[in-house]
Design a protein around this ligand. Structure first.
Ligand code: FES
Length: 164
């Protein structure tokens, strides 16, 4: 067990070296460094954030300060399916708020959370780039357009049943 945690710590140090070498270790690179950690792991694992802080010289509190300020950063692993509801202007006008509320109710989680079974993470984003199809939701890399509350419910049902 102790060997595993030492191995894990060493892996974090070596990964942190790789990340900092690729991006840079100056304080202005805090956001890209965090983005790279999240790109690799879907969230910000604490040992790796600490190792990146040590490697770059950016205080760990500063990295967490940045990470908690921006909603893009996650502190737990992302679910199998990332559900993104668009809250951009076109979608807002077309009822995105109701779609978001239905999604939150169906999933049983709030924005930024992941379901207990690890299946879904739920986020709100500013525009998914297909405004003429509003209101829009993206599940993984699939776009669902011109949604209604009942369509949202059946989409989530399909993912839960493994039909998608
Ligand atoms: S505003 Fe929703 S896709 Fe652009």
């Amino acid at each position: 067990m102790a060997q595993n945690s030492i191995g894990g710590a060493q892996a974090a140090v070596s990964e942190a070296r790789d990340i900092v070498a690729g991006i840079g270790g100056e304080p202005e690179f805090a956001i890209p460094l965090l983005q790279e950690i999240q790109r690799r792991h879907t969230y910000l694992p604490q040992p790796l954030v600490e190792a990146v802080a040590a490697e770059s010289g950016i205080p760990v509190a500063s990295l967490y300060g940045v990470a908690t300020f921006y909603s893009q950063f996650r502190f737990k692993p992302q679910g199998t399916y990332l559900v993104r509801v668009c809250k951009g202007t076109a979608c807002h006008v077309a009822g995105a708020e109701i779609i978001g509320a239905v999604l939150a109710q169906e999933l049983g989680i709030k924005e930024g959370e992941t379901t207990a079974d690890g299946l879904f993470s739920f986020e709100k984003v500013s525009c998914l780039g297909c405004c003429s199809l509003a209101p829009v939701v993206m599940v993984g890399d699939k776009i669902y357009a011109k949604l209604t509350s009942s369509k949202v419910k059946s989409i989530i049902k399909e993912y839960r049943s493994g039909k998608v």
